[in-house]
Design a protein around this ligand. Structure first.
Ligand code: PEP
Ligand code: MN
Length: 339
């Protein structure tokens, strides 16, 4: 339910409407607008009757919101969400590029690659310290030691760091070291974890689940927003389809779809979406052309020795070339690439 206040409503009338919502054991969210104020309501299990509110003094209208997500939808928020991470702005006019290795393997490896991606123009550093692997025998990440290496790399380069939180047990440690906490595809519907992340006041990047619909993805975003964490952006990383020519199928269609339905920023990860190094640059270029707010790209200077995802890692020199191409494409779609 969305309550629209008339443009000449008084403070008391607004307070009375909020009190009525709370009396019904529902949660009001005041949304200031250009003309007037709207109040979004969450917490109801079924549909609410608009007549509960539309006759109250100062109320212009009360309308049902038909989408299952509320706070993530455009009805509930005017304008686009911009997530600040240090001096980086995700969702603003500048294209944000996150780059780095799939996994933190050693301090030397991470700092070498961090310096290379910084030189090429990346705005943030990625690297997993806790890795969700299909096989329990595969490298699982360096854990807390890896987080400390990320902090060192941030200190060396000034780049904010993005790293995955796998579970509630490691959440405290990851939140201590990360600038952005990544929710991986496999955890998109780990609702217990999402609730905990919603209580944090740190930026979260929510990747799309392995075969999640857009509604399911936005409902997961809703978990974070309804707990009060609005520092949230989405990352399309390809979905499981019937094709066997690529690791996943990059759903670029979802970029304009998200932008129509939600105010949340959306970035694209062409590395996991393709799984093949030679296809990362073409899909990165396409994502920017489609209007993505940013990209996350895996880069490794010794991909044959990488402990995870070597075949999809770009060489630093190719990444640098790509950054130049992205600046040209970004300009065509009205976006810049901050230096
Ligand atoms: C990653 O970005 O390191 C990762 C594991 O990606 P995803 O969750 O999209 O598979
Ligand atoms: Mn990876």
């Amino acid at each position: 339910m969305l309550i629209l206040m008339s443009s000449d409503h008084t403070k008391k009338q607004l307070a009375d409407v909020l009190a009525r919502v709370k009396k019904l054991k529902l949660t009001p969210h005041v949304i200031p607008g250009r003309q007037s104020v709207a109040i979004g309501i969450t917490g109801n299990r079924g549909a609410l009757d608009p007549h509960l509110f539309d006759a109250l003094p100062g109320v212009k209208d009360a309308v049902r919101v038909t989408k299952p997500y509320k706070l993530a939808g455009r009805d509930f928020k005017h304008g686009d969400t911009v997530v600040p991470v240090g001096t980086v702005r995700i969702g603003g006019p500048g294209l944000v590029v996150i780059a780095g290795p799939c996994a933190v393997e050693s301090e030397e490896q991470l700092i070498r690659i961090a310096r290379a991606v910084k030189k090429a123009g990346a705005h943030m550093l990625r690297g997993g310290a806790y890795k969700p692997r299909t096989s329990p025998y595969a490298f699982q990440g360096l854990g807390k030691k890896g987080l400390k290496m990320l902090a060192k790399a941030r200190q060396e380069t000034g780049l904010p760091v993005v790293t995955e939180v796998l579970d509630q047990r490691s959440l405290g440690d990851v939140a201590e070291y990360a600038d952005v906490l990544q929710v991986g595809a496999r955890n998109m519907q780990n609702f217990a974890l999402l609730k905990e992340l919603g209580k944090l006041r740190k930026p979260v990047m929510l990747k799309r689940g392995l075969s999640a619909t857009l509604d399911e993805w936005l409902m997961s975003a809703e978990y974070l927003l309804s707990e009060g964490n609005a520092k949230l952006f989405l990352c399309e990383r390809g979905i499981r389809a019937f094709s066997d020519h690529a690791r996943n199928t990059l759903d670029l269609n979802v970029v304009p779809a998200v932008k129509e339905l939600s105010h949340l920023p959306i970035i694209v990860d062409p590395s996991h979406a393709t799984g093949v190094r030679s296809r990362v640059a073409p899909m990165a270029r396409a994502a920017v052309a489609a209007g993505a707010h940013g990209l996350m790209i895996e880069v490794h200077d010794r991909p044959d020795q990488a402990l995870c995802d070597g075949p999809q890692a770009m060489a630093p020199s190719d990444f640098e070339t790509l950054m130049g191409e992205l600046a040209a494409i970004a300009a065509v779609v009205g976006r810049g690439v901050p230096g």
